[in-house]
Design a binder for this molecule. Structure first.
Ligand SMILES: Cc1cc2nc3c(=O)[nH]c(=O)nc-3n(C[C@H](O)[C@H](O)[C@H](O)COP(=O)(O)O)c2cc1C
Length: 136
């Protein structure tokens, strides 16, 4: 039985892009071992992440993530059972807005990244996240 959790959070002030690269590297290694797939979007202020896999695995991973001091105000947007993975190819696909990145880049790239997602609600959640600008 596959489950999927989607949450948003706020990055710890001062978190750097290299900190985010380190999070991604560790996540991909762990997720490959536990059969978790998903997507992480970071816009310099907030994270939006989708994780999917077997229920005990995503619950254990989410509990670790939720207490990670590199972000706070972790809010679960949805948790649901899924018939098939939305991000089957990716131990953790990512989109990180770099220093040169503009709001338009984020919108365009998240739109492209979510083009093939089977679930219209998840696609809408991710796309609207890209369109809300944070405090940066
Ligand atoms: C925004 C964010 C997303 C994360 N995503 C994952 C993830 O998908 N998988 C994972 O194992 N750890 C993720 N982590 C890291 C965990 O919080 C934790 O540091 C890590 O799982 C510990 O693994 P380790 O015991 O191998 O060091 C994330 C952390 C943050 C701040």
């Amino acid at each position: 039985m596959l489950h999927q959790i989607t949450y948003i959070s706020t990055a710890r002030p001062g978190l750097s892009l290299s900190d985010v690269e380190a999070i991604l590297a560790r996540s991909r290694r762990n997720n490959r071992q536990t059969g978790i797939t998903g997507l992480l979007i970071f816009d310099k202020v907030r994270f939006l992440q989708v994780i999917e896999g077997r229920l005990p695995d995503i619950e254990a991973t989410f509990l670790r993530i939720a207490v990670d001091p590199r972000h706070r105000a972790v809010v679960r947007l949805s948790q649901r059972q899924i018939d098939a993975r939305e991000f089957g190819q990716w131990a953790m696909a990512s989109h990180v807005v770099d220093e040169a990145g503009s709001a338009a880049d984020l919108v365009g790239q998240v739109d492209a990244l979510t083009e093939t997602l089977p679930d219209p609600n998840l696609r809408a959640t991710l796309r609207s996240f890209a369109r809300i600008r944070g405090a940066a």
